[in-house]
Each structure stands twice: as C-alpha cells, then as structure tokens.
Design a protein around this ligand. Structure first.
Ligand code: SF4
Ligand code: SF4
Length: 168
C-alpha cells in the first residue's frame, strides 16, 4: 500500500463536506439496504488507508470512556480509578467521559497506541465503518461528524455515495 496523504484528504473533506453531509442525510432517510454496500465500502477503505500514516483521531479527537475502560487502563498503570480519572479525564456537557487533552496521552512513536491491547472500546470501534447498524450510525451523524477529521471516514462515505448512485 502506498503512503496516502492526510493533508490531501483533509482538503478534500473540507471542500466537499456540505455535499457529503447532504448525501448522508438522504441516505439516512432512504429505504435501501445499506449494510451490503457498507461492507464492501469498508473492505475497500482499508486497501487505501493505513491508520499508522495518520493517527488524526488520536491527535485531534478523544475517545469516550466507559467505566470498564477506566478500570482496565488504571489497573494497567497501577493507578486507582479515581487517580486515573483526575489526571486524564473529565465529563463533558453530553455527560461523556473524555480525555482532558489532545493528543491522547497514549499516542506513542510512529503513531502507535502505547496501550493498544487494552485501549478504550471506542478506539477499538473507530471509525465505525464495519458496524452492523450502519443506518443508525448515519442517522446519528457519526460519519458526518467525523468526515473532516478521519480520512477513512471520508473515503467510506465517498464509496457509499458511488455505490448507491441513482438508487436514492
Ligand atoms: S487510547 Fe490509543 S487508540 Fe485511543 S486515542 Fe489514545 S492513542 Fe489513540
Ligand atoms: S481511524 Fe481515521 S483518523 Fe484514525 S488513524 Fe485511521 S484514518 Fe486516521
């Protein structure tokens, strides 16, 4: 796989975000079966995108933590739940538990996660392009919100758009 350009994807996302968000709104309202198209689009995304060339999600976004995530990571760091929470986390206006700072405290050299095996479930699932509930993700604006941060999301949405062209 040749190295892809995060900057070029970011520029393309900025240029096309309004059209792509309008497409996603239409997709969310449509009656067509999305999962088949999404499965193929997800497969193709990872032939173009290598997250180790990017790490934008770890640099610019934050995972949402579950209490189980915090317990697991705190134990790994020989900290208590509360010590870990006070050092790294806070509760935002949506009542989500998130990192205090970006980039993430666990982003290491070469864009690698230093707690990869025990990372938060949210990191494990990101960018949610292989979910079974694609329509729900579309309606909840998961892809619309992540388009400009995540090149994989951009490519996924573009591929979905090409796949359902003329069917909406
Ligand atoms: S825990 Fe790891 S995968 Fe998750 S945001 Fe931090 S560095 Fe990235
Ligand atoms: S999931 Fe998206 S933002 Fe995160 S490293 Fe991969 S391409 Fe980049």
């Amino acid at each position: 796989m040749s190295k892809f350009s995060v900057a070029a994807h970011t520029r393309r996302a900025a240029k096309n975000k309004l059209k792509l968000r309008a497409f996603l709104r239409k997709l969310g309202q449509s009656k067509i079966q999305l999962n088949r198209y999404a499965k193929q689009a997800d497969k193709e995304v990872w032939q173009e995108i290598d997250c180790l060339d990017c790490a934008n999600c770890c640099k610019k976004m934050t995972p949402t933590y579950t209490k189980k995530d915090i317990n697991r990571i705190a134990k790994h760091l020989n900290m208590t739940y509360q010590q870990y929470f006070d050092k790294y986390l806070y509760i935002d206006s949506n009542k989500d538990i998130i990192n205090r700072k970006t980039p993430c405290q666990f982003l290491g050299k070469d864009h690698k996660c230093t707690i990869y095996k025990i990372r938060p479930d949210d990191c494990r699932g990101f960018p949610h392009t292989n979910r079974k509930d694609i329509r729900y993700q579309v309606q909840e604006k998961t892809y619309a919100n992540n388009l400009t941060y995540c090149p994989a999301t951009l490519v996924f949405v573009e591929k979905m758009q090409a796949a359902v062209a003329g069917k909406l």
